[in-house]
Design a protein around this ligand. Structure first.
Ligand code: 6PG
Length: 470
């Protein structure tokens, strides 16, 4: 019997779709799932692709069915299960065989697993895969991490199954160790922020302008034909247009508590560790956490009454909101890329900044028309903050008044726009040469003699005239 090109463990939705995608691209694949019935059922349901799939009942069978040197993808829930799976599988493998964790791992776990693998002299890859169920089946965006030779061994398969942007595969090696999973986490942080800012414009339309879900859908559909063209705006139009079985707008009956698996939170935590501010993403994560406090919010509404929210006619136009969203998005990416740059330096990854924008152009959740322009701007200068790229500077200058008008108008009426407000505040801070941190430094020196620098003299460790006042 001929052996498979690759193996995969974990036939949940993503694993099953990825396996079908691999088979569909002409590769033979061996699959294993903890529950054998799922494996059997998966092969039986694979239709024409079933010939390319070897269903294995044990890990030993799986290993024996793959061509050496083997490559086995893990598509199991992130966390301890990955460690358990590696512990069960590794003893059955040769030293040249490679385990590939394709789940949404915390990059710190991937760094640890990569270091363990290095110490054992065995190859290990951690790859970020984005695109949800449909992406996994028909072309995800893939962010690879681990030893370059390991990536090169499987890059033919990973590029074949990935999404394509005008024939360019959206699959790239990002760097050693946890680089791929770090880039995926930042992708998810941006995903959270993008979703939140869209939700904020929806809130202005629904609560500020009294628009129905259907009317909001029409606006999103129009935006998706312009500079905001993106998967998330597209699906926002679709979800706003959908009705439930009784004919009620689906959005109107969905509980307003957002879930999260934690990847956006990891981005914010790492940004804090690195001192690389991502306030738009922070606002989005906080907004999800606040959304979960439904009971308390109801209590608050009872105690204080809801804010008026309703806007005077014509206070904000669709164009204002569209332009506000554009600038918000640029700020969010500027922060995301600055974080990637900081991580690249800290972890010595040498992240390929323009390639990151390129692999996000198709297949992933944050794919959008703007990413191609970001790739160009990062090709010109990978270290420069995106707000200083001439192309984006022009967009910011043209659309900033709408962001300011949207944020101030919304806030004046009690409409909540935390991520858009964070974007505006970030921009205003980034163009203020003289900040107010002189006050912070004076306070620190007053209570802790921490010392400060002066604007009029060179050197550090100056103190104010408040000695003896403690
Ligand atoms: C992707 C997504 C995906 C993520 C979901 C849910 O790129 O395909 O980021 O990996 O798991 O979007 O994430 P939350 O549950 O954290 O919202």
């Amino acid at each position: 019997m001929s052996q498979s090109d690759i193996g995969l463990i974990g036939l949940g939705t993503m694993g099953a779709m990825l396996s079908l995608n691999i088979a569909d691209n002409g590769f033979d694949i061996s699959v294993f799932n903890r529950t054998t019935s799922r494996t059997t059922e998966f092969k039986a349901g694979a239709g024409d692709l079933s010939d390319k799939i070897t269903a294995c009942e044990t890990l030993e069978e799986l290993v024996a069915s793959i061509k050496p040197p083997r490559a086995i993808i893990l598509m199991v829930p992130a966390g301890e299960i990955v460690d358990q799976q590696i512990a069960a599988l590794r003893p059955l493998l040769d030293d040249t065989d490679m385990i590939i964790d394709a789940g949404n791992a915390n990059f710190r776990d991937t760094e640890r697993r990569a270091a363990d693998a290095k110490a054992q002299g065995v190859p290990f890859l951690g790859i970020g895969v984005s695109g949800g169920e449909e992406g996994a089946r028909f072309g995800p965006s893939i962010m690879g991490g681990g030893p370059k030779q390991g990536w090169d061994r499987v890059s033919n398969i990973l590029t074949a199954i990935s999404a394509k942007y005008e024939d360019t595969p959206c699959a790239t090696w990002m760097g050693e160790g946890g680089a791929g999973h770090f880039v995926k986490a930042v992708h998810n942080g941006i995903e959270y922020a993008d979703m939140q800012m869209i939700a904020e414009t929806y809130g202005i339309m629904r609560d500020g302008q009294g628009m129905s879900a259907d009317a909001c859908a029409t606006v999103f559909e129009a935006w998706n034909k312009g500079p905001l063209q993106s998967y998330l705006v597209e699906i926002s139009g679709k979800v706003a247009a959908a009705d439930d079985e009784s004919g009620t707008a689906m959005l109107d009956v969905i509980m307003d508590k957002a879930g999260q698996k934690g990847t956006g939170r990891w981005t914010v935590i790492e940004a804090q560790h690195l001192g690389a501010p991502v306030p738009v993403i922070e606002a989005a994560v906080a907004a999800r956490n606040l959304s979960a406090l439904k009971d308390e919010r109801l209590k608050g509404e009872e105690a204080y009454g809801a804010a008026p929210m309703s806007l005077p006619d014509g206070a904000l136009t669709d164009d204002d909101l569209e332009q506000a969203l554009m600038v918000g998005k640029i700020m969010c990416y500027a922060q995301g890329y600055a974080l990637l740059n900081a991580a690249s330096a800290e972890f010595k990854w040498d992240l390929p900044m323009a390639d990151i924008a390129e692999v996000w152009r198709e297949g992933c959740i944050i794919r959008s028309a703007m990413l191609n322009d970001m790739a160009s701007a990062l090709t010109e200068d990978a270290q420069r903050n995106l707000i200083f790229a001439p192309y984006f500077a022009k967009l910011i200058n043209a659309n900033l008044p709408s962001l300011r008008k949207t944020v101030t108008t919304a806030m004046a009426h009690g409409l909540q726009v935390p991520a858009l407000a964070a974007a505006l505040s970030y921009f205003d801070t980034m163009r203020t040469g003289r900040s107010t941190a002189n006050m912070i430094q004076a306070q620190r020196d007053f209570f802790g003699a921490h010392g400060f620098e002066r604007v009029d003299k060179d050197g550090k460790g100056f103190h104010g005239p408040w000695g003896g006042q403690l």
